[in-house]
Design a protein around this ligand. Sequence first.
Ligand SMILES: NC(=O)c1ccc[n+]([C@@H]2O[C@H](COP(=O)([O-])OP(=O)(O)OC[C@H]3O[C@@H](n4cnc5c(N)ncnc54)[C@H](O)[C@@H]3O)[C@@H](O)[C@H]2O)c1
Length: 539
Amino acid sequence: MTSLTASEITPLAAPPLPKGRPNLVLAGFMGTGKSTVGRLAAHELGLPFLDLDDAIVRQSGRSVAQIFADDGEASFRALERAALLDAAQLSGTVVATGGGAPLDVNAFAPLAASGAVIVLAAAPEELARRLAGGRGRPLLGEGDIRARIATLLESRASAYDGVGRSIDTTGRSAADVASEVVLRYREAAPDQTLALEVALRDTTTRVIVGHGALHDAAALREALPGTLRAAIVADSAVAETHAAAVAVALRAAGIEPVGPITLPAGEAAKGVDVLAWLWDRLRAEAIDPSAAIVAVGGGAALDVAGFAAATYARGLPLVNVPTTVLAMADAAVGGKVAIDHAGAKNLVGTFYPARLVIADPATCDTLPPEVLREGLAEVVKSLVLAAPTALELAAEAPLEWAVEQSLRVKAAFVSADPQDGGVRRALNLGHTFAHAVESASDHTISHGDAVAMGLVAAARLGAMLGTCPPSLAGQIVTVLQRIGLPTAAPPLDEKRLLDAMSSDKKRAGGAVRFVVPAPGGAALVAGVDPRTAIGLLRE
Ligand SMILES: NC(=O)c1ccc[n+]([C@@H]2O[C@H](COP(=O)([O-])OP(=O)(O)OC[C@H]3O[C@@H](n4cnc5c(N)ncnc54)[C@H](O)[C@@H]3O)[C@@H](O)[C@H]2O)c1
């Protein structure tokens, strides 16, 4: 790996994430069945499963035994510590921890605080039977396994006791134990809908995430107290489906739905002509300051409807109902609304946070597969920022989980930096590259595809600058490939790429800056040769 220098590296560490649905954390001695039981319980609960030992193996490209042999136990424990801290950032995830993890009290505590911990136990004789002949357990060594197990168990007993209630697995099948684990988790986490509050300037946005959220009349009533009428402004692709469901929910909330006022599909809605037409329609429907706007659609519909809500009658209460992965994971929360003008994307806009965001992943069932995939690029970005150990889950977890993680990451950054001048810039990870690719390809490469390419290039740049491990770019490539997203740019005109980067630079007022992955989040770097950076898009 060639190294590179930057004139300035500013850390943009992730602020604490808002609480999500509880994690289910499995701890216990090797051989107690954490991985098998965890996988079964995750399946039953419809949650993703993360085995931290497996994740460490994937990240380091070596088996646990090999890490012990090459670098010693302390080195493995350092990797484990980082993995535990990453897992603590997740929500609604079944996490199997390594046998020694609870011994690292400080690293285990945040994970324990993120959910319910269940310790799996078994009698030493049974463990000896289960582990006999097994390889890759460096702590068991050679010789009398049973005696070694008994000694280790004794030395760890108080650490296991300290982290959670235990289940004795002796003589029981994994399926049987998993049923009990599921029961215990459901007791600890009865409500599977997630509600977050995002404070932005003088508005607090309530975000509800979950299947069925679209029908939540109570949330609408609460967000729009005293409102009697609401104009539904919807992307034409969802006007007859999801917007119609929103109308039913509004009626159930005692609010008269007006419309839907149907926008052209996608980006075509984001022009001043459509905005002016929308103002006219609102007037024709007698929308006055006592009414609200409910925006239904992807990021484009939300942007133009939000702009109308910000400006019509000097501002109407806004509810966002995102119906694409990108809009749920990114556009719906954060308060930015904009239209395109004079050939420039998002040239005219303002900050206007919604009062309520209803993210119902079921609305994505009607999405064309490529639009769904593109949104997942933002999910990958969120995981790189908050929990790179869990990257692979972006390709396999339920959409609800993916949206939940991205929303928590977005909420944390925007509440910490509502004006977008500080730490929130971490959310631009991969985007300097992506904007250049979109522009140099005359927008024939979509935003999501360009972000995917940009994430790989940003990780390569970070590795060259020493801000992130060299293995991260490879992990990102693997997960993007599994999702079906591109990982390298096709040949594009270098001058056009450089021009696009320098017009971004003018907007940012200064040098070309890149966001790269860094410990605990990202870092903003300046003074990197843009030509070298562009080369990283092609490797
Ligand atoms: N305001 C912000 O903070 C912010 C953040 C990120 C992106 N954006 C903006 O978001 C836009 C991109 O958003 P997007 O990726 O959601 O694209 P989009 O809004 O253009 O929607 C993509 C396509 O999917 C269709 N569609 C939407 N929902 C559907 C559904 N449930 N079923 C079937 N078809 C559906 C649309 O008609 C469109 O053709 C860009 O304009 C971008 O600038 C804004």
